[in-house]
Design a binder for this molecule. Structure first.
Ligand code: SF4
Ligand code: FES
Length: 249
């Protein structure tokens, strides 16, 4: 951090479960220049004011998805949010709706388990060998899922989702988006194993259409759009159950 133009008061939520009875805020005066990000403010605190402050980061360029926090109550990437946009004070808290592990680091286990349960990876529709070469797709096939493949698993959409806050069994925006990403991929054949996740009450039908997930997404993934498209497929499954002996998938 260089060429400081002013200072800002950062009010950071602190919680060390082994020492603290409850989460509490602490205040720090941090020098700010035009290009000081919230993450650099946190790093200043750690380097100069309190080395015990815990927060996650890796890439510093909105790629890894590690640095999600609530900035003045809004889910943001700390590395992509700049202190120049705040006046005299700003609050920084851990992502809403997740248990606090320590200070600004939250326990992401629920999300990771849901990613695995939903099989959010390519299940090849047909076996292929290296000798078969690249599995080419047309631009139109790519277009069906490209936007949804930009998800960086940052969890901002979960912190924004009131339904997940009320009922953590809801599969949630990013996992449902990534399910749609693979469902829409012409190379994939894993649909049968994902339908149970999609069609459950805790799946797409748990979404109450608030849409804040799409507003806060830093990669313009638009999880609300993915969930709505999944709802169409899920509704088709429902009606196909009455027409086919084995069910709609
Ligand atoms: S959908 Fe957007 S907000 Fe949600 S985890 Fe992916 S990148 Fe982050
Ligand atoms: S540090 Fe990687 S997204 Fe912010």
């Amino acid at each position: 951090m260089s060429d400081a133009e002013r200072t800002i008061r950062m009010e950071v939520l602190r919680y060390h479960p082994e020492h603290d009875e409850a989460p509490h805020r602490e205040r720090y005066e941090v020098p700010v220049s035009h290009d000081t990000s919230v993450m650099e403010g946190l790093q200043y605190i750690k380097d100069h004011l309190d080395g015990r402050l815990a927060f996650r980061w890796s890439c510093r360029m909105a790629v890894c998805g590690s640095c999600g926090v609530m900035v003045d109550g809004v889910p943001q990437l700390a590395c992509k949010t700049f202190l120049r946009d705040y006046d005299d004070a700003v609050t920084v808290e851990p992502l809403a709706h997740f248990p606090i592990e320590r200070d600004l680091a939250v326990d992401q286990s629920d999300f990771v388990e849901k990613l695995e349960d939903a099989q959010t990876w390519l299940v090849p529709a047909a076996p292929r060998e290296l000798a078969d070469g690249p599995h080419r797709q047309t631009p139109a096939e790519l277009e069906r899922y490209a936007q949804f493949s930009h998800c960086i698993n940052c969890l901002l959409c979960y912190a924004a989702c009131p339904q997940y806050g009320l009922d953590p069994s809801f599969t949630g925006p990013a996992v449902l988006t990534l399910v749609h990403r693979w469902e829409a991929d012409s190379r994939d054949g894993g649909s049968d194993d994902r339908r149970a996740t999609l069609n459950a009450e805790t799946g797409v039908w748990g979404c109450t259409l608030v849409g804040y997930c799409s507003e806060v997404c830093p990669k313009a993934v638009d999880p609300a759009l993915a969930i709505n498209r999944n709802k169409i497929e899920s509704a088709k499954d429902y009606f196909l159950r009455f027409l086919t002996p084995r069910g709609g998938s």
